[in-house]
Ligand binder design. Structure first.
Ligand SMILES: Nc1ncnc2c1ncn2[C@@H]1O[C@H](COP(=O)(O)OP(=O)(O)O)[C@@H](O)[C@H]1O
Ligand SMILES: [Mg+2]
Length: 535
């Protein structure tokens, strides 16, 4: 009897040196001035789980959507089994054996699992239901999931819906499965089930490419990882043996230890704000949050925020870091009265304001500069009307609005905040920077005790960014507390005195800015614990 030759085993041929099942060469995609994908090369091997790791905005979805024909790259080539293919629509991708589960499921809620799965292949035409059910069952068995082919999609959990999406891809005979942030919407148990499914698929020779910003997922399931940063490939490597720290650093960028805050803002002028901690205000707590828990939407799992504890002192900027969608929005919503928590408490200046609405919070001295500036102004109204609309009562004389008083108020703020517009210009006609200045003026002129601000410089040019950041530091100098939510680490490090990191709705850790390096923050953002980070 001869011993079995290793080379005869099918899996042994899926190694290096063989033609990749999919190869991307020089993929480039710009959105206006922004290069979302910059000359990207990527090779997918049969039987591997390949992670596309990167921070929010790194270009992961764009690359994947390009490969699936949902986005048209400006340049580059796609090869399937070594042969160039042209993919200009999902139909082309499916024909080439590429399937994709997008971030937002495309299921028809009132229809059954079988109907949904078959919809993409046979459309709304006549359906051999018995055959279709069998096909769905077979596909489910292939990946080891139990799913009732007759269940209505609307009755399924998010995890189950995701399985239906995977089945949809599998009935098309796909050989490469693309999953965009598949775990973002899942609870931990469903994540485990998904990983088991992916393993089953790769054992059958499929290649899986999935995007993630969570290091622990990458090390748990992936064979290889490609790290993207600002649209470029930083590296492709085996996951085996890769240090989480190393990957975090690759993901977030330069290995900076000290933080040149002032250099970021360019504070060499005599306008420079007082050095941190020299601020002469008693360290009174203006915001105290305990046990804050907020229910999640269906796509978030049970809770959007869980047991969050934090505080902001007067004269302090507390930065809130985190990958988008980890509870930041819900935190801001609760603190500005737009949403009620299911548990926990919110105290402002020692007064319990749990569950208070926007007006009460505003009256209590909370100023809010929310993420969506377009939704915070009325674009069709003038600059002057937008500046007074939250406090119109103060501009009334009898039943009428005192237009002269409104105009004078507007002129003063236009001057003080260097808004490049006239009082009667509609806010909708302003640039992003000037619109943000209108918002800042409206909120900050009232000298709030606590400023809640989210993504204050997103989309602004350098000049406007610096202006906005200075204004926020000014609030801190006059003794207000500032809670700053931002996805821009440089901004957080430049402005914050302390930072908390939100991960999956919880406070993953807290660091004084002196100890907060991008690497440490990146680790916490990616699901690490404070013990791991400060070890
Ligand atoms: N349709 C679009 N129009 C304009 N900009 C876009 C579009 N899609 C993505 N972008 C931008 O391209 C960059 C990369 O986005 P994306 O691929 O979604 O990143 P990721 O999936 O890694 O978070 C981001 O700056 C994003 O704002
Ligand atoms: Mg994405």
């Amino acid at each position: 009897m001869t011993a079995p030759q290793p080379a005869a085993q099918p899996t042994a041929s899926y190694g290096t040196g063989h033609t990749p099942v999919v190869e991307l060469r020089g993929i480039r995609k710009a959105f206006g001035d922004l290069l979302a994908n910059d000359d990207i090369d990527l090779r997918l091997r049969r039987g591997e789980v390949h992670a596309l790791l990167g921070e929010n905005g790194a270009g992961k979805s764009t690359l994947m959507r390009g490969l699936y024909g949902l986005v048209r790259p400006d340049a580059g080539q796609v090869l399937v089994d070594g042969r160039p293919v042209s993919i200009t629509s999902p139909k082309d991708a499916i024909a080439a054996g590429i399937g994709m589960v997008t971030q937002h499921f495309a299921l028809v809620a009132p229809m059954t699992v079988t109907e949904n799965v078959m919809l993409s292949s046979v459309g709304l035409g006549p359906l051999d239901l018995a055959a279709a059910r069998r096909q769905v069952k077979d596909a489910a068995a292939r990946i080891g999931v139990a799913i009732d082919p007759d269940a209505r999609v609307e009755a399924l959990s998010i995890g189950e819906q995701q399985r239906v999406e995977i089945l949809k891809a599998l009935v098309h005979d796909c050989r490469v499965l693309l999953l965009d942030e598949p775990t973002a919407v899942l609870v931990p148990q469903d994540v485990d089930a998904l990983f088991t499914t992916l393993r089953r698929l790769t054992e059958q020779g499929l290649a899986v490419l999935f995007t993630s910003h969570k290091l622990h997922e990458v090390s748990a399931i992936c064979d290889r990882v490609t790290v993207l940063r600002r649209g470029r490939v930083v590296t492709t490597r085996d996951v085996d043996g890769a240090q989480a720290r190393e990957l975090a650093e690759l993901m977030v960028g330069r290995p900076v230890t000290g933080v040149a805050r002032d250099a970021v803002l360019g504070f060499e002028t005599d306008e420079a704000p007082a050095a941190r901690r020299d601020v002469d205000v008693p360290a009174k707590t203006v915001l105290r949050v305990r046990g804050l828990t907020v229910a999640g939407t269906a796509s978030q799992g049970r809770r959007a925020l869980f047991d969050v504890k934090l505080h902001v002192d007067a004269g302090e900027v507390l930065g809130v870091a985190g990958v988008s969608g980890n509870g930041q929005r819900e935190l801001v919503d609760v603190l500005t009265g737009m949403r009620e928590p299911v548990a926990g408490s919110v105290e402002v200046d020692g007064v319990d304001l749990t569950g208070a609405g926007p007006q009460r919070l505003m009256d209590a001295g909370v100023g809010r500069i929310p993420e969506d500036r377009h939704a915070s102004v009325v674009p069709d109204l003038s600059v002057e009307d937008n500046l007074v609309m939250e406090h119109l009562d103060e501009f009334r004389r009898g039943p009428f609005v005192d237009r002269r008083k409104v105009r004078a108020h507007a002129n003063r703020l236009i001057e003080e905040y260097a808004i490049k517009a006239g009082p009667t210009d509609t806010v909708g006609s302003l640039s992003g920077g000037n619109m943000q200045k209108v918002l800042l003026a409206r909120v900050l002129d009232r000298e709030p005790r606590l400023v809640i601000v989210a993504q204050p410089t997103r989309g602004l040019d350098v000049g406007a960014t610096e202006y906005v950041q200075r204004q926020l530091l000014r609030q801190r100098e006059r003794g207000a507390g500032v809670l700053l939510v931002s996805e821009d680490l440089d901004e957080l490090l430049a402005l914050s005195d302390r930072l908390v990191v939100l991960s999956e709705g919880r406070v993953a850790g807290e660091l004084p800015v002196q100890e907060a390096t991008p690497e440490r923050l990146g680790l916490l953002m990616a699901g690490g614990t404070i013990e791991e980070v400060t070890a």
